[in-house]
Ligand binder design. Structure first.
Ligand code: ADP
Length: 481
């Protein structure tokens, strides 16, 4: 039995802003069959503390100006350690930004606290759970492997750093070096220094025993100049310990045959029932989109990464193809505005809901014919996996995890009967418009379309495969210490 501590800033179902929470929430359960007992360390945001039951204090510590407790308990079906530090985490809403939309000014300290406690538990300060491996996720947990290496190089647990998105490096002022408890000698290019500041993600990448990212293609992309976002050289230099493990989705939460959040449950043998979801979605968004019109969906953070500006740019081509569009998303104010005005200028054909809505996300996956994911880069992407499972054809840019998880309906793949979606390569308005037109042609060929749907629904998008790979990695890295 391996004991693993997952150190993460969000975890489903306790607190979620994106795919990171989904991954962190799914891993512990998925790892169990592979003989890994994983516990998860998360900050004590109000939502997390409210969901915690059976909490017992297991550690006390002074953390950046006030005392804090670590509570052990369960929440949302997970065994968790929660950092009860009101001066850092007793703030409602989004874990990273305040009500004015700006990052909390003390985020460096808030997440250094997360990493600090991760390292403490790693070093055995909670006797009831001494991990063999500490698994840190993204910049918020990036200092964990560094603290462990600096403080106890010969008697620390193995460390794994997972990059869910390299675009967030967690660069903080160099002046914080001492405050964060990092030794002066660590402030070098070969240490934690990152473009004149401290790179919290870089620290993890530099000092973890193993680095993973969330798809094989993204693992290759981030080792290049263009995809490396300033860390390509370091990552290429550590390629011997860097690998890509694609994410899965929770197939009990995302189960079209048993989904309380959709209008008409269905499975691969009863695909016709999807029509009930399409109708319910059209009603919900005020769309004039009956069975005769192709309905595209989008469920996304609204950001440049996700190519939402390309969706706006390709809208004329989409309408030209006599299709409709249903969008659910939140994020960038300019993109929100653009979408809302597209919905008012194209009433009945474009429906937009701004916000975060788990139930509507399910209905869009169940009701749209095709899901657009035109990301400029995409470490793994989860929505295309949900689409596969729900018989919605993913239309994706050929980058990162999108390239790894969707089989393009090219001539050979269609002839071999293995296609599951549509990929396009130039991530531009024209590239997306071309993909939309190609999707419309495929949709009119009902037989091919149904085959793609059933191929997608038969694709293994669950967590078992990825969890087995993580378990194998943990075993290897523990042995290698
Ligand atoms: P990200 O880069 O945002 O993490 P992923 O595709 O990896 O992208 O994961 C996004 C997750 O968040 C998916 O589970 C998706 O269904 C969900 N999601 C994104 N935006 C919304 C929204 N506005 N409402 C509900 N769920 C959303």
């Amino acid at each position: 039995m391996i004991r693993a501590l997952s150190v993460v800033s969000e975890v489903f179902p306790l607190i979620k802003t994106g795919g990171l929470a989904d991954v962190a929430g799914a891993l512990p359960g998925a790892l169990k069959p592979f003989d890994v007992e994983m516990r998860t360390l998360v900050p004590g945001y109000p939502a997390v503390l409210a969901a915690l039951s059976g909490a017992e204090p297991v550690l006390e510590r002074h953390l950046f100006g006030a005392s804090a407790r670590v509570l052990a308990g369960t929440g949302g079906g997970l065994a968790v350690f929660v950092i009860d530090a009101p001066h850092l985490f007793a703030r409602a809403g989004n874990p990273y930004v305040g009500p004015d939309g700006a990052e909390w000014h003390d985020n460096p300290l808030r997440f250094a606290a997360l990493a600090r406690i991760g390292a403490d538990i790693g070093l055995g300060h909670v006797p009831g759970f001494v991990p063999d491996v500490v698994h840190a996720h993204d910049w918020q947990a990036g200092l964990t492997p560094a603290y462990l290496q600096f403080e106890a190089p010969g008697r620390r647990p193995a460390t794994v750093m997972t990059i869910h998105n390299l675009a967030f490096p967690g660069r903080v002022p160099a002046a914080l070096l001492g405050v964060l408890g990092l030794p002066p000698w660590s402030y070098t290019m070969d240490g934690v220094e990152y473009y004149g500041g401290i790179g919290m993600l870089k620290a993890g990448v530099r000092f973890a025993d193993r680095i993973t990212t969330v798809s094989p293609t993204y693992a290759a992309e981030i080792q290049t100049q263009s995809g490396g976002m300033g860390m390509g050289g370091l990552l290429a230099g550590r390629s011997d310990v860097l690998s890509g493990i694609a994410n899965g989705i929770d197939t009990t939460v995302w189960d079209p045959a048993n989904d309380p959040l959709i209008a008409a449950p269905f499975d691969a043998r009863r695909l016709a029932r999807r029509a009930g979801n399409k109708a319910a979605l059209a009603t919900r968004l005020g769309l004039a989109c009956g069975p005769e019109r192709l309905l595209f969906g989008v469920v996304s953070r609204l950001s440049e990464q996700k190519g939402i500006d390309l969706v706006l740019g390709a809208l004329p081509a989409l309408l030209e193809a006599d299709a409709c569009l249903a969008v659910l998303g939140a994020g960038d104010a300019g993109l929100q505005g653009g979408l809302v005005s597209a919905a008012t200028t194209g009433p009945g054909r474009v429906g937009v809901v701004i916000g975060y809505d788990e139930a509507l996300a399910h209905l869009i996956q169940a009701g749209c014919d095709a899901l657009l994911v035109p990301s400029r880069f995409e470490p793994c992407g989860l929505t295309q996996l949900c689409a596969l499972r729900y018989g919605a054809i993913p239309v994706v840019s050929r980058v990162g995890g999108l390239a790894d998880t969707v089989i393009d309906a090219n001539l050979a793949a269609v002839a071999a009967g293995v296609a599951t979606g549509v990929q396009f390569a130039a991530v531009t308005v024209d590239g997306l418009a071309g993909a939309v037109a190609r999707t419309a042609r495929l949709w009119r060929d009902g037989k091919t379309w149904r085959r793609m749907q059933s191929n997608g629904m038969a694709t293994d998008v669950g967590w078992s495969g990825p969890a087995e790979r993580y378990a194998k990695l943990y075993r290897e890295v523990i042995v290698s210490l």
